[in-house]
Design a protein around this ligand. Structure first.
Ligand SMILES: [Mg+2]
Ligand SMILES: [Zn+2]
Length: 199
């Protein structure tokens, strides 16, 4: 099964700003094109997971109930446009709590893979798409190809200072999806060649 991990803020919905959170339903707005992108991936058979840090809950900036409401709004919007998210996995801890689910830790990636009975490092067409360094690091550690989108936190020039580089840097989720689908075509060609050689 083909699995894709998406960060939420700055990838699917508008980035709330550095150090800020989406704390109200009305402040959750889809980035233009993100719904089409998710529908597109869904139609191509990808299992899509959202992996998001929401430390604002532990900090008391907004409640778990509010996060759930916002999550429902997101999932409903995606569903109405023909897309499907297998599950949105949130870390609601603060960075000083030392949990295993706050990106760049990969606990939520492992949980997601367990849900679809997949192992780490078992696929060449597994991607992590995010707008921040922690997303790229998470994807890298979990054996995914990584795509940085420029709709959120990070700017192209930031990447030079990172210890790990994204495999791709693109403008938005739509462009990321093109890469993902194209990669899948290439992988299929490769495996077809192998099969032909064998026979
Ligand atoms: Mg983000
Ligand atoms: Zn956590």
């Amino acid at each position: 099964m083909k699995v894709i991990f998406l960060d939420r803020d700055g990838v699917v919905n508008e980035f709330p700003g550095n150090g800020k959170y989406v704390t109200k339903l009305k402040n959750f707005r889809f980035i233009p094109g993100s719904l089409d992108s998710i529908r597109n991936l869904t139609e191509k058979g990808y299992a899509i997971f959202i992996i998001s840090n929401q430390a604002g809950v532990a900090k008391g900036v907004y409640s778990m109930d509010k996060l759930k409401l916002i999550n429902r709004k997101m999932l409903n919007g995606i569903k109405e446009s023909g897309g499907k998210i297998r599950k949105a996995l949130y870390c609601t801890h603060r960075s000083d709590e030392g949990c295993s689910c706050r990106k760049p830790e990969i606990g939520n990636v492992i949980r997601a893979l367990n849900l679809v009975k997949q192992k780490m490092y078992s696929s060449n067409n597994r991607f992590f798409v995010g707008d921040a360094k922690s997303d790229i690091l998470t994807g890298y550690r979990a054996g995914c190809k990584t795509i940085l989108v420029l709709t959120g936190r990070a700017k192209r020039r930031d990447v030079g200072e990172w210890g790990v580089r994204p495999d791709y840097i693109v403008r938005n989720l739509q462009e990321a999806v093109k890469i993902i689908i194209n990669n899948d075509v290439m992988e299929n060609k490769k495996s077809n060649k192998k099969i032909r050689k064998r026979s």
